[in-house]
Structures are given as C-alpha cells and as structure tokens.
Design a protein around this ligand. Sequence first.
Ligand SMILES: [Zn+2]
Length: 137
Amino acid sequence: MGYDAALFTESDDSSIVRTALKEGRIVLTRDSGVVRRRVATTGRLQVLLLRSDSVWKQLSQVVTNFSLNPTHRSFSLCLECNHLLEGRSKEEVVGLVPPYVLSTQWEFSRCPSCGRIYWKGTHWDAMRSRLQELEVV
Ligand SMILES: [Zn+2]
C-alpha cells in the first residue's frame, strides 16, 4: 500500500519492542502479551492487536484503525526492501525484463536499492482490486 513496513523476525518481544522504538514503528501483532507490556500501556510504543487470523481482515483493521488510504500510494515502495520506486522507461529496462513483458507493458519502475523491476501486470490488477475493496469497508 506504499506505507513503510517491516517484518520482525525476532522471536522475543523485547527485541521487537526495542527495534520498534528505535525505528519509530507501530507494532501490529496477534500477540496480546506485547499489548500488555508497560511500554504499550503507557503509550510510549503504539501497538495494534490484530483481531483476525485472516490477512485481509487484518489489513482492513489496520486501514480502518489508522484511517489509511489503501490505494493512494499503493505500489510506490519496493516489496523487498521498502525503498521508494523510481519510474523507468521501456528503453531503460530492455534486457532486464522478459521479452513478453517488454512487448506488453509500458510503465516500469525500479528499486534504486535492490534493482528489482516492477510493472503493472495481472498481479498488479488483482492486488489493486483487492485494495479498492478495503476502501469501502
Ligand atoms: Zn528493493
């Protein structure tokens, strides 16, 4: 959706809390233990307890809770490393994308950090439709 996000792979809550505070992040979690921690109850760390196991229901809860616009900035960040994508012309991606993609797509973007190339293929259309559904919830 174009919002800076990170996946915490640490297994202990203390590491998650420390990293979130250091990076100024809001913790989205299914773990009620994090919500009960003093750092959360005092408001020093913002934590949202996700109520559902369904990813789309979780996303809907996040969108509603933080009044996010799910499509306004969508597909503007690299899915791999969170960097802001930069527009690229068809000529600039020759040899970097499959020939079929080059012959059927006109808009490309590239991550300046990892070099990954993005285009608006069928996956993009499907994701966009799903995100638009979140707008009316
Ligand atoms: Zn990247």
